[in-house]
Design a binder for this molecule. Sequence first.
Ligand code: GTP
Ligand code: MG
Length: 242
Amino acid sequence: MAQAFHHDFQRFMMEYQFAVDEMLTKVSILREEFLYLHKYNPIEHVSSRVKTPESIMRKVSKRNIAPSLPIIRENISDIAGVRITCSFVKDIYKVLNTLTSQSDLKVIQIKDYIKNPKSNGYKSVHAIIEIPVFLSDGPVNVVVEVQIRTIAQDFWASLEHKIFYKYEGDVPAHLADELAEAAAIATTLDMRMQRLHTEVHGHDADHDGASHTDFDNTAIDNLLSLARESSAEKRKSTGSES
Ligand code: GTP
Ligand code: MG
């Protein structure tokens, strides 16, 4: 029995790791494609983690959830986590929309703490997303929490997190006030940076039409003339005049 549970738990954890890997691939493709099409990278940084078994168990007992894998799967949505840091708020929604419109993903919930910040000043967009993972015995849908925030929001959140833990959730009023003020300053900074960026590059980040590639253009030109020759040949041999 214990051995079977160990086996199931290992598999359970593995599914979440694979889900993170799949999500990271998607984000990396988005990033590369965006860079290719627009010569502009909306994603500054990506990080990920799978909750440790200890941390899962802490949440299970805190939330009073039955310690069974299906119930944990259903009730804890942040076992797999991916955090995307963007330069500008605009980019957050761009990334969110592109990601959530992918047909193999199912959006379970979006929490927009930018439109509705938490009372302490926390801002970010959270998307709870189900992603299919293909294992040898078929696909399983795995839930991933994707957090998308600006660099300034991320900076604020990591400091607030440290302070929150240091005071075990009971942050002294003067620090809470300062944090709220710092959050407001971060928001102002985000707005100014975005305004500056727009002033320099225009509303569309696609500021100069030419997309850049790392390919050897001679090779592409050769390929093109080959293709032209071959279709000319084909026309000749079929006698088509169109
Ligand atoms: P948990 O807090 O994870 O139990 O879930 P929840 O239902 O409260 O979800 P929520 O989306 O509010 O928070 C999920 C995650 O977002 C947290 O685990 C943190 O990573 C982050 N987060 C939410 N609120 C705060 C906050 O006030 N400060 C910081 N630093 N991070 C936060
Ligand atoms: Mg919370």
